[in-house]
Design a protein around this ligand. Structure first.
Ligand code: XBP
Ligand code: MG
Length: 258
């Protein structure tokens, strides 16, 4: 019997490094298509990632740079159309197999399935982005491994609000203490913790290293493979070379006992 019943994964930055070379060029392609001279370089994009949600990020960018549209233009419709175009470009990138899974993600999914632990997704990104990413990493039927894919506008408030994790727990029919969350960012960590999920592991990336992950029980550079060991940045791996199911069970027990 395992201490926890489900592993809930964030997507962008956690499952795959999608932001700098995936979402960002897709946004820029949509801007160019719309005849806008907006270009989000990697550094600016890293700052804009403070706001989750692509539509919300576009609005944040416009506010931050005081970009006003012709008053006759419906802002909601303008942003929605830009975002639809961006999603089309992003899906095309995913279909080229342009973005691989990060180290250890598929290994951990396989370990969980073999142990009868359920898998779920809780992400701010658009739902079809999740399915297309999972469908294009060379594992037939991968999207079907997930009991719940909670994504995007299915909830009113995006991370760091707890809504998407609350939604995932409700659809799983599980309590916060039944789950372990794998995240990559401060917004994601705050969202999971606000939903009452204390068994939280953060796997940082180029954009999130150095952020404050609050009460995350473990922060690592990546989840690890036998040939690519993990490095614990906060907490400890208990002499394990990577984040595996046994290590997550130990972490979950410690968190519940704490
Ligand atoms: C990351 C996000 C998303 C993506 C862009 O989501 O905040 O908004 O950056 O995707 P998470 P969309 O880390 O929760 O997976 O443009 O579809 O929002
Ligand atoms: Mg993320």
């Amino acid at each position: 019997m395992h201490g926890f019943k489900a592993l809930i994964f964030d997507v962008d930055g956690t499952v795959a490094d999608t932001e700098r070379d995936g979402h960002r060029p897709a946004f820029n392609a949509a801007f160019a298509e719309a005849g806008l001279d907006w270009r989000w370089d990697p550094e600016l994009y890293g700052e804009l990632l403070a706001v989750t949600g692509g539509k919300e990020r576009i609005r944040y960018f416009m506010d931050r740079f005081d970009i006003a549209l012709d008053p006759a233009v419906d802002l909601d419709a303008f942003v929605a159309r830009l975002h639809r175009d961006k999603t089309r470009h992003y899906l095309a990138l995913l279909r080229e197999g342009a973005i691989p899974l990060r180290p250890g993600v598929l290994r951990l999914w396989r370990e969980a399935r073999a142990a009868g632990i359920r898998l779920a997704i809780a992400t701010t990104t658009t739902p079809e982005n999740v399915v297309e990413l999972l469908a294009n990493v060379g594992v037939p039927g991968l999207p079907d491994w997930f009991d719940v894919i909670a994504a995007g506008d299915v909830v009113p408030l995006k991370k760091p609000a707890p809504d998407i994790f609350d939604f995932a727990l409700e659809r799983l029919g599980l309590a916060p203490e039944d789950c372990v969350v794998i995240e990559d960012s401060d917004n994601g960590a705050r969202s999971a913790l606000a939903a009452g999920i204390r068994a939280l592991v953060v796997t940082v990336n180029g954009y999130t290293a150095g952020q404050d992950f609050g009460a995350a029980a473990l922060v690592v550079d990546q989840l690890g493979e036998p040939e690519v060991p993990s490095k614990a940045l906060v907490g400890d791996l208990d002499d394990r070379p990577l984040v595996d199911l046994a290590g997550l069970e130990r972490l979950h027990r410690q968190v519940q006992a704490g």
